[in-house]
Design a binder for this molecule. Structure first.
Ligand SMILES: Nc1ncnc2c1ncn2[C@@H]1O[C@H](COP(=O)(O)OP(=O)(O)OP(=O)(O)O)[C@@H](O)[C@H]1O
Ligand SMILES: [Mg+2]
Length: 283
């Protein structure tokens, strides 16, 4: 298939299953994502969100099924070639680089770098730091930064890769509310301006609902619901997938979740729950 220059890539996930050793994690995942869009993957802890992203960027190989990039099986695409097309910003908890911020971000230029391109690459690095409002950190040592600053630097590293598809694993988990909004808004803007398909994992349902064009909600290793935020973020889906009761109100056409309570999960939990409630009443 010939893709017009500048056109966004298409990612097709065909019946993907994945198991760690013999423990199944992903079950028959099917999705087709393309366009200048921000897509959020939601779902509870351990449901398989990071595993799915790892299957898309070839960190893991599906046990069954394939991932196609513009019709080509990613298994057959060389890693350096894939890195020009797909950028990845990992979950940032364990990042550690004994490098300055500039050098850490410069690593993201690796797929494009060639002899004599350093000045050009550094220009992109400095422009990106400026866009993220972290130019002041350029010469700081990466390992001395705060968690939120780390996260912005790792985001910069993914952006300088100038990919057609950007995968982000909880890119705002360490950011304060203002920066969560700012970064998510910027990701949406990037998808529009640069024609990138941005796929991010998030635990912040309201921010994902506000900015995403599409939501993929996962449950027990499968896709439970997919579509526009207003179709996916419903109190029924939140109850089934997250085990919470909630109210979902519409705010300017966007669903906004007001969490009410955690629902009892199973009999053990029920016993614990009622025991504790009884004690609370007696005392
Ligand atoms: N390297 C590994 N070896 C064995 N099991 C793993 C490995 N990585 C993840 N798992 C298991 O696979 C399941 C899915 O993990 P995954 O990291 O994809 O979840 P997640 O949806 O990203 O969760 P979270 O929201 O907590 O990040 C979990 O049960 C986890 O314990
Ligand atoms: Mg994860």
């Amino acid at each position: 298939m010939i893709r017009p220059i500048g056109a966004p890539l298409e990612i097709k996930i065909e019946d993907v299953c994945f198991s760690y050793s013999s423990v199944p994690v992903l079950k028959d995942i099917r999705a087709c994502l393309s366009g200048n869009k921000l897509v959020s993957i939601l779902g509870p802890n351990g449901v398989g969100k990071s595993t799915l992203i790892h299957c898309i960027n070839k960190i893991l190989s599906p046990t069954k099924g394939v991932v196609l990039l513009d019709g080509a099986n990613i298994d057959e695409i060389k890693l350096k070639e894939l890195a020009k097309q797909i950028g990845y910003v990992p979950y940032s908890a364990n990042d550690s680089f004994p490098l300055s911020v500039v050098d850490t971000v410069l690593i993201g230029r690796h797929p494009h770098s060639k002899f004599g391109s350093l000045d050009h690459d550094l220009g992109i690095v400095y422009d990106t730091l400026k866009m993220l409002g972290i130019s002041n950190l350029a010469m700081r040592s990466f390992n001395e930064l705060s968690a939120g600053q780390h996260q912005k630097v790792m985001l910069a590293r993914g952006l300088v890769q100038e990919p057609k598809v950007l995968l982000l694993d909880e890119p705002t988990s360490n950011l304060d509310v203002r920066h969560q909004l700012d970064v998510t808004k910027m990701l949406k803007h990037l998808s529009r301006e640069k024609g990138i398909l941005v796929i991010m994992i998030s635990h912040d349902i309201n921010i994902a609902a506000k900015y995403s064009d599409e939501i993929i909600m996962m449950h027990e290793g499968s896709i439970y619901a997919t579509g526009k935020p207003c179709d996916v973020i419903t109190k029924e889906n939140l109850s089934k997938v997250y085990g919470v009761s909630s109210e979902v109100i519409m705010d300017d056409g966007v669903p906004h979740v007001i969490l009410k309570d955690a629902l009892p999960m199973d009999d053990t939990f029920n016993e614990f729950y009622s025991e504790n409630n009884t004690q609370a009443e007696i005392t």
